[in-house]
Design a protein around this ligand. Structure first.
Ligand SMILES: [Cu+2]
Length: 109
């Protein structure tokens, strides 16, 4: 219970802090829920990232971060390092190869 209250407090604190930058992410290579989940989880681990939302249907996402701690290109690099394209950056090819079959782009594309 204490933990829940503490994390709630953290959430409120974070969302009230003034330094919030929102960036749109173009995620044209994501295929399934696993992709969006993986991106969300990996970005949430980054210090300075406050909110991540991936929209599988529109192959896009939105990230809210503290620009004093992290910049967009670090966030984008994290996404490419786990095998996905983002904005104008291409996925790390070795990471892409390791993705589950369902997370790879259909061959005919
Ligand atoms: Cu997937």
């Amino acid at each position: 219970m204490k933990k829940i209250i503490a994390s709630l407090f953290c959430l409120i604190f974070i969302s009230c802090s003034s330094d919030k930058t929102t960036a749109e992410l173009k995620l044209d290579s994501i295929q399934c829920l696993m992709c969006s989940y993986s991106i969300e989880e990996n970005l949430r681990e980054l210090r300075g990232v406050k909110k991540v939302q991936v929209d599988l249907k529109n192959k896009s996402g939105r990230v809210v971060f503290n620009a004093n701690i992290i910049d967009l290109s670090t966030i984008e690099n994290k996404i490419t390092s786990i095998g996905y394209n983002v904005n104008n950056k291409l996925a790390d090819i070795r990471a892409y190869e390791k993705l589950e079959l369902c997370c790879k782009k259909p061959k005919e594309n």
